[in-house]
Design a binder for this molecule. Structure first.
Ligand SMILES: [Zn+2]
Length: 383
């Protein structure tokens, strides 16, 4: 769908406005014009959901707005087959249950079997009929408990435990490398330079292909989410579904950044997490390692790691990170990124980060100092 933006008008705009009014991000109803106030409200909404802040209502923002109509308690939630209930109310419930120590999996806004099981467990413990659905009685019990009960974060403990149990050998582990964009018109950031035209889609595909070779040589099973010139663009959800269906142990998504100012430069890494402290600890560790190895080895500016609820990070069931490997719009970063030798350095850094993920913490070594060949020998010997 074409993005709806400032200056547009019509019933679709009226619909967007009424959802934003419901979220108390916009004050008055009735208008069908996407005015400045609507633009501000859309940006505030995008910011709160970890979606790129551009004020445009495209597929991802629309999906999030549509799901946001539902406030917890406004309808009975249950595990519906085959079309699961999706919405902001489900996410609120999942986060609440996670805070209390129930394992709903990630707060992905989808009322699946795991969420239903967590609700049933909660119902049993508070003495309600265990039907796994969240109706008025269960809502009442949740409200009565208020914010008093806060337990562990079993989802992340479980993820960490599963990761630990998988062992320190990366031989045979499955990793999905996701080159961002590609397909149809979606080239990501595009920068013309003289007769040349650099695109994010092509550069990250080149990086992904190099990384694929290196990881495979280290004994991992490697899958890319797309080829060099896919026919159709892919959404974050489609990429996540693919990684889930492959049973991947790790996912690394590669992007470049762009900014209207040439001065913006540097590398940043993102892992799954909500603003209120729920975060994938294994994902955060991977993000940290990737970020540190790249910064130390390349000297790129450190724009640090951040938690986001982007579809790709939210819907994947394995530790997943997205790296923005510099700004294509920055002359400093661009000069380096278009150089294959520099891209090789980045690949080396990511490879070292992946190997460190499987390296027992007690014999960890300083960042930037690993010779990956030695590490492989050590890992092979230790397993
Ligand atoms: Zn991108």
């Amino acid at each position: 769908m074409r993005s709806i933006r400032r200056g547009d008008s019509g019933p679709a705009v009226a619909e967007i406005r009424s959802i934003l009014v419901g979220l108390e991000l916009l004050s008055e109803e009735g208008s069908e014009v996407f005015d400045d106030a609507t633009d501000h409200a859309v940006r505030a909404f995008q910011q709160s959901r970890g979606i790129g802040v551009d004020g445009l209502v495209g597929d991802e923002t629309w999906g999030a707005l549509d799901a946001a109509r539902w406030r917890l308690g406004a309808r009975t939630l249950f595990h519906s087959v085959p079309n699961a209930l999706v919405g902001e109310d489900v996410r609120t419930l999942q986060e609440r249950l996670l805070e209390m120590g129930y394992d709903t999996g990630r707060a992905d806004s989808i009322y699946g079997p795991r969420t239903a099981r967590a609700v049933a467990q909660f119902q049993r413990e508070v003495g309600l009929t265990q039907d796994g659905s969240c109706g008025p009685q269960t809502m009442k019990a949740l409200r009565r408990l208020g914010r008093k009960v806060v337990g562990g974060r079993p989802q992340w403990l479980r993820e960490a435990e599963a990761f630990r149990q998988a062992g320190t050998n990366l031989m045979g582990k499955t990793i999905v490398i996701d080159p961002g964009h590609g397909g149809g018109e979606d080239l990501g950031v595009v920068v013309p330079e003289g007769p040349l035209r650099w695109t994010e889609a092509d550069l990250v595909f080149d990086l992904a292909a190099r990384l694929e070779g290196r990881l495979a040589a280290a004994g991992m099973r490697v899958h890319l989410t797309r080829g060099p010139h896919p026919a159709q663009p892919m959404t974050g959800a489609e990429r996540a579904t693919l990684a889930n269906s492959l049973g991947a142990d790790l996912l690394i998504s590669l992007h470049l950044d762009g900014h209207h100012s040439e001065a913006a430069h540097g590398v940043a890494t993102y892992h799954y997490g909500t603003g209120n402290g729920l975060s994938s600890t294994v994902g955060e560790r991977l993000a940290n390692l990737v970020q540190r190895e790249i910064v130390v080895r390349t000297g790129m500016r450190d724009c640090r790691i951040h938690s986001k609820t982007w579809e790709l990070l939210r819907l994947t069931r394995m530790p997943a990170v997205r790296v923005d490997l510099g700004y294509l719009t920055s002359p400093i970063d661009r000069d380096r990124l278009v150089n294959p030798l520099f891209r090789e350095q980045i690949v080396e850094a990511i490879l070292a980060a992946v190997q460190r993920m499987y390296y027992p913490v007690e014999i960890d070594v300083p960042t930037g100092s690993i010779d990956v060949r030695q590490l492989r020998v050590a890992l092979g010997a230790g397993s």
